[in-house]
Design a binder for this molecule. Sequence first.
Ligand SMILES: Cc1cc2nc3c(=O)[nH]c(=O)nc-3n(C[C@H](O)[C@H](O)[C@H](O)COP(=O)(O)OP(=O)(O)OC[C@H]3O[C@@H](n4cnc5c(N)ncnc54)[C@H](O)[C@@H]3O)c2cc1C
Length: 431
Amino acid sequence: MTDALSERFSTEPYWTESLPPLPRTSRELPNNVDVIVVGGGYAGLSTALTLARANKSVIVFEAGRVGEGASSRSAGSLGNLPKAKLAQITARYGADVAREVYREARLAREYVERIIVDENIDCNLQTRGRVVAAHSERAYAKLEASLPTFRQTMGEVELLNSARQSAEIGSDAFHGVLVVKSSATLQPALFHRGLAHAALGAGVFLAEQRRVTDISRTNYGFEVVAGGHRYTSSEVIVATNAETGRDTSIMRTLRRRLTIVPAFALVTEEMPADQMRAVLPHLRSFSDTLQILHYMAPAGDKRLVVSGRAGRSDRDLRTKARRLFGFFQTRFPALRDARVSHCWSGTFALTDDWIPHIGVEEGVHYMLGCCGVGVPMSTYLGHRIGLKILGEETQASAYDRPLPSIPYWPANNIFLPAAVRALALRDRLFR
Ligand SMILES: Cc1cc2nc3c(=O)[nH]c(=O)nc-3n(C[C@H](O)[C@H](O)[C@H](O)COP(=O)(O)OP(=O)(O)OC[C@H]3O[C@@H](n4cnc5c(N)ncnc54)[C@H](O)[C@@H]3O)c2cc1C
């Protein structure tokens, strides 16, 4: 096997490589607006778009370039499920809330699809479905036992045993597969860029490289310091997800309710169409049943995007890329001579209950804790905050509940790599 890394290996996200910067506008930033949004990812842009379409004046302050956060770094899976299992949510909040959380996860996916059509966003949306491969006999038996729940939560699914799985994956290293027909993928940076254009078109002020360093209450609303200048607004929304730092007192408070998980993704060099089909015959996305799962999907017609090993503290991106892609190369013979052209890092934010939250803290709205499903959830929940501010919600969102505190924070962040190693070991020992 040759080295898994291309000679032109890059540590920048593949998705943004040929994306020109957003056009600069000559519009001067107003000092006072209806709403200030902190963070220019999916959540911030989606909130801003909803509000601007209702004639609110909105500034989005972004510390770096708009889209530099996770929104242009993801693997592009557009699912319709939360990370938390139905049983977990039921145990914590009851069956009614669990049902609503799942129902709204489907709405989130539909909302993204609608916005792609309405805003004419060209982001390579593909609805080819997902193959979930059992890593052991036991995992297959669990998939089989859970089929009624899967049908209830995922819609059309099909289970194929190991003798039939070659119809779906070019690997005999797994113990059967579940095919989920509804799963989709998109090009995350193009989707983000489409949202940015829509927001600009609706009159939103996008202020790049303006880090928000203070948010304080006034008699009339809020005063916000961004890039060293003062601005006032009636409402403020914090939409900084895993990038929530110690910039302001409210962000410090909210950050303590998040576990920040290092994650990364890679993309292969171009390969012929028959090689792609030898790996994934129907070009569906792929994931396995391990606790720290592995994911792979077509990235356009000629490449594959891969992610996994989230939370692992590998030395550097080259090491990460070799280890992660090595996992796939040993299981998919058609990938033996394929090589990785890009591998980049990012972070995602986990909450204590593994569902994203919107809420209000000291009068400031927030959308945080996307739990790795932010493509649909950040976009949808950003929109929901917009509706809430406009007073247009007919029913409160099931995700609108205070971010729970995390026991032993920040120890959970410090010991995260060890906890992830323990989960991986558990996968190996109790197959
Ligand atoms: C490697 C990887 C793979 C992933 N794969 C998937 C996937 O396949 N499917 C999926 O659904 N999700 C995936 N995710 C998660 C998804 O990308 C995120 O949940 C989503 O992008 C979060 O969007 P956001 O708008 O909430 O946050 P972000 O896009 O992170 O935006 C937050 C922004 O806030 C800005 N900011 C922070 N502090 C300040 C400040 N003080 N002032 C101004 N601006 C500030 C940051 O610069 C950043 O741009 C993945 C994430 C990673 C890292």
